[in-house]
Design a protein around this ligand. Structure first.
Ligand SMILES: [Zn+2]
Length: 450
């Protein structure tokens, strides 16, 4: 039995109905939170036979680890890349950058991208990533390659492979098989740090034939689906033109909606689609910085929430930093609706509670919460404040006072994985040297693609 005891921490659960403990303790046992409270733990709280690690967190603030519910780890190799082109629209962005990059990724690049995106996520206080992966020239085994890197880092993950027709029928079938293979490997509800779901790129790159093949192969399994929806106008136009129905109606008929499914972006959906998402309890994950960067507009989040949809927050690979993302989500939505006082509790709920609900459903256990029985995933920040902190204003401190720079220690599954701002278990400098060799191959392959 392994135990980790944190003492003398200010414990902050910045949810809409959260709490603040000015000086408290938290005990993790075998990967889950065994207890927490004010003051010092009473004698006998720790098991005498346990292998105990203690952290005196005096002067630090403990929060639940942040969760990123839509990520592309492979985006790491786009850092500093030049497309040599000027992209004039959303499809150009895909064709000029992302669809050239993903076709340039082989096994080493997948592993390295997971390693570096994972390290950077951990250093920013993110303890779970829900990833959406594509590497058309290395499909079979790719999710296990990512999982191997993330397990080494100690980062919780939910993986899926983007099924798409854009690399031919065989590419689509290989995508289906890779999702199912990984689900068989980790089980429907996951094992250890890993869970799986089934990814699809987007409606406009997945034919009815591919959806039928997917349905046949999935059969009666209870799985979640992870798909981009109406990110650019092309997606909805394609669905209406080819199938005579809107995207979400198409996904509904294909059986892809449900409480374990994630519809990403949803910039261009209408009221009928919002109703279908709400009725099916499908979560929507918004990615504000990515949407703004691609100039596709921002989704109608207020109307989604009014319809009863659960809305979470992801980064779409644009950044590994959830502090940046939830801040931009608030200011982006205020700007979209020209409402300078709107969206505070909504963004708070999306980041803290809804993201936790989404991950918990996929991981098959409570994640992202500070309560006994939840996964022991939390962060210690070098954060003290010259103003008062209480349950009512805790998210205000997180929003205006805290930042990723202050993440000192990260614990996932009861194990310290970041200490003194450094990721443990790996030698970053030597990995960077290895990555530079891989980056050369990736960028040369990228340049050869037109
Ligand atoms: Zn995405």
């Amino acid at each position: 039995m392994t135990e980790l005891l944190v003492t003398n921490a200010r414990i902050v659960y910045p949810a809409t109905s959260g709490f603040v403990i000015d000086r408290g303790w938290l005990l993790a046992r075998d990967g889950s939170i065994a207890g927490l409270g004010a003051g010092d733990p009473s004698p006998g709280t720790c098991q005498p036979s346990a292998d105990l690690v203690e952290i005196n967190a005096s002067g630090m603030t403990l929060l639940p680890g942040l969760l990123n519910t839509h990520m592309h780890l492979y985006s790491m190799y786009s850092r500093g890349i030049s497309t040599g082109r000027t992209s004039h629209g959303f499809l150009d962005v895909l064709q000029d950058l992302w669809w050239r990059l993903d076709r340039s990724l082989l096994k080493d690049a997948c592993w390295m991208s997971a390693m570096f995106s994972g390290m950077d996520s951990l250093r920013c206080g993110t303890t779970t990533i829900v990833d959406h992966h594509a590497s058309p020239n290395y499909i079979a085994g790719s999710l296990s390659t990512l999982s191997d890197a993330l397990n080494k880092l100690g980062l919780r993950h939910v993986l899926s492979y983007e099924i798409t027709d854009r690399n031919g029928i065989q590419g689509a079938m290989d995508g289906i098989e890779e999702n199912l293979r990984f689900l068989d490997e980790v089980g429907t509800e996951g094992t250890g740090l890993a869970s799986g779901m089934i990814g699809l790129h987007a409606s406009f790159t997945v034919s009815d034939g591919t959806l039928a093949a997917l349905r046949d192969r999935v059969g009666s399994r209870d799985v979640g689906y992870h798909i981009h929806v109406a990110e650019g106008a092309i997606d909805e136009e394609d669905s209406l033109r080819k199938y005579g129905k809107r995207i979400v109606a198409r996904l509904d008929e294909a059986g892809l909606l449900g409480p374990r499914s994630i519809a990403v972006h949803c910039v261009g959906i209408d009221a009928s689609e919002r109703s279908l998402l709400a009725e099916s309890k499908t979560s929507v994950v918004v990615n504000t910085m990515s949407n703004m960067n691609n100039a596709v507009g921002l989704p109608a989040v207020r109307e989604m929430l009014d319809a009863g949809i659960q809305v979470g927050i992801g980064t779409d690979g644009y950044t590994t930093n959830m502090f940046e993302e939830f801040r931009n989500t608030l200011v982006g939505l205020r700007n979209r609706y020209q409402d300078p006082s709107g969206f505070w509790p909504e963004v708070q709920r999306a980041q803290i509670e809804t993201n936790a609900d989404i991950v918990s459903r996929l991981a098959g256990r409570p994640v992202g919460r500070l309560e006994p029985g939840a996964a022991a995933d939390f962060i210690l920040m070098d954060y003290t404040s010259p103003t008062f902190i209480n349950a009512a204003n805790a998210f205000g401190h997180m929003f205006f006072g805290m930042s990723s720079d202050l993440v000192d220690t990260v614990v996932v599954e009861g194990k310290v994985v970041v200490k003194d701002h450094e990721v443990l278990e790996v030698d970053r400098k030597s990995l960077e040297r290895e990555s530079l060799k891989v980056a050369k191959d990736v960028w040369e392959a990228f340049d050869r693609l037109v």
